[in-house]
Ligand binder design. Structure first.
Ligand code: HEM
Length: 412
């Protein structure tokens, strides 16, 4: 059981070895900042001997995270070594949990759907849907921004990427929630790994039917057809098929969803930045990057050391779990000036870790940016004032920085 406390002063009094930043309550209660501030200052590569996930290293500084990211020979993502989350998940398989050469082949199969040529094709559809969603929002009454905007827009996008039956699209939201749930949380959609597997098997059955149709038709430009015709993906075993769908659903859904929600919260807390953006919409691309840094939708990625090595003066041994805490790297004062402030006109807005780096760097980054850019362009065009009128409910997770509900009100 780890100690959860609130202020920097209290955290500074804890013995260093008692610090366990993997406790999901830190993220649910948004209390993680002082812990990482202490680690960055006193133990930037820190060993936690005991946790619910066994012993692990925490990498908390920007530059050390980059060292791990770009050295995929020493720091492996392989499922058979435990995969990419602090919790070992050897049974989950997909290309994010693979090393080269398999990773390279499978990533190449899906990458064209988020390449710039296709993004240009999708831009009109994204804008038209965004406009429709914003115009249908209630005025002068409280509603949940997460449900009506963030989930709706990202789920519609996902349905398009898969060419998934549009009327069933909330199934994608459900499977995404199931795939990422911490099964020990009281409000989790599933409460055991067996339940999760049963739900994801239903997903595989539903998707399997669509996949079979696409496999027997000529290739077309959607994710299922691409997987069905790709030489390195068409004969995937069931678990890998489930894992790959899970990766694409979660990748394209939760992360962008939580950034859309986090942006509303961040602007409420920084009204000067909102005023700056309204006065100068040319700042939108930099604003989008800053919001992605600010929210840091993926809290961590984990690697496993394949060999004995050294990192930040610490001796890492083959087999050790090495966790890159993006939330901390993005708040590292040595890499980012005034990191706790939202600053929408930073000189190097892309200088953040939210999309990772190296061979696994997010494949959907440009699509996420486009969706966020269009959402805020359309909000500015309508001159909407979005007021947060209650506390956000945050997810019990040390992996995805999720906002489950966010009550807001838009003036008439
Ligand atoms: C703001 C939105 C997003 C954030 C913050 C984000 C973040 C990330 C991160 C941190 C990684 C792992 C990087 C690493 O290990 O170095 C990743 C990988 C990935 N993301 Fe995203 N993502 C976002 C949106 C998307 C979207 C829209 C898609 C799909 C359409 C997507 C699909 C993927 C896939 C497939 C991978 C695995 C790449 C690989 O292993 O080669 N992501 N993302």
């Amino acid at each position: 059981m780890s100690i959860v406390t609130e202020t920097q002063r209290e955290v500074d009094r804890l013995p260093l070895e008692a610090i366990n930043v993997a406790d999901p309550r830190l993220y649910q209660e948004d209390l993680w900042r002082p812990y990482f501030a202490r680690l960055r200052r006193e133990a930037p590569v820190h060993y936690c001997r005991e946790s619910a996930y066994g012993p692990y290293w925490s990498v908390t500084k920007f530059k050390d995270i980059m060292t791990v990211e770009v050295n995929h020979e020493a720091y492996s993502s392989a499922a058979e070594l435990g995969g990419i989350q602090i919790e070992d998940q050897p049974m989950r398989s997909s290309f994010i949990r693979m090393d080269p050469p398999q990773h390279t082949h499978q990533r190449r199969v899906v990458a064209p759907i988020v390449a710039s040529a296709n993004l240009a094709n999708m831009e009109g559809t994204i804008r038209e849907r965004t406009a429709r969603v914003l115009d249908s929002l209630p005025r002068s009454e409280t509603f949940d921004w997460v449900d009506l905007v963030s989930i709706e827009l990202t789920t519609m996008m996902l349905a398009t990427l898969f060419d998934f039956p549009f009327e069933d699209r909330r199934k994608l939201t459900w499977w995404s929630d199931v795939a990422v749930a911490n099964v020990t949380a009281h409000d989790a959609p599933v409460h055991s790994e067996a339940e999760r597997f049963a739900e994801l098997t239903r997903m595989a059955e539903y998707m399997g039917r669509l996949y079979a149709e696409r496999a027997s038709a000529p290739p077309k430009f959607d994710l299922l057809s691409m997987l069905a015709h790709g030489t390195s993906t068409r004969d995937m075993p069931l678990r890998e098929f489930m894992g790959t769908l899970g990766l694409l659903i979660v990748g394209g859904n939760d992360t962008t969803r939580n950034t859309m929600s986090g942006a509303v919260l961040a602007l409420q807390q920084h009204p000067d930045q909102w005023a700056k953006l309204r006065a100068n919409p040319a700042l939108l691309p930099a604003f989008v990057q800053e919001i992605i840094r600010w929210q840091t939708p993926v809290i961590h990625m984990r690697r496993t050391a394949r060999e004995d090595t050294e990192l930040g003066g610490q001796r890492i041994r083959a087999g050790d779990k090495v966790v890159m805490w993006y939330v901390s790297g993005n708040r590292d004062e040595e890499a980012i000036a005034d990191p706790e402030s939202l600053v929408i006109d930073r000189p190097r807005p892309r200088h953040h870790l939210s999309f990772g780096s190296g061979i696994h760097r997010c494949v959907g980054d440009r699509l996420a940016e486009l969706q966020l850019q269009i959402l805020w362009e359309e909000i500015l065009r309508r001159d909407l004032t979005i007021e947060v009128v209650g506390e956000p409910v945050r997810a019990y997770s040390n992996f995805l920085r999720g906002i489950k509900t966010l009550p807001v009100r838009i003036g008439a």
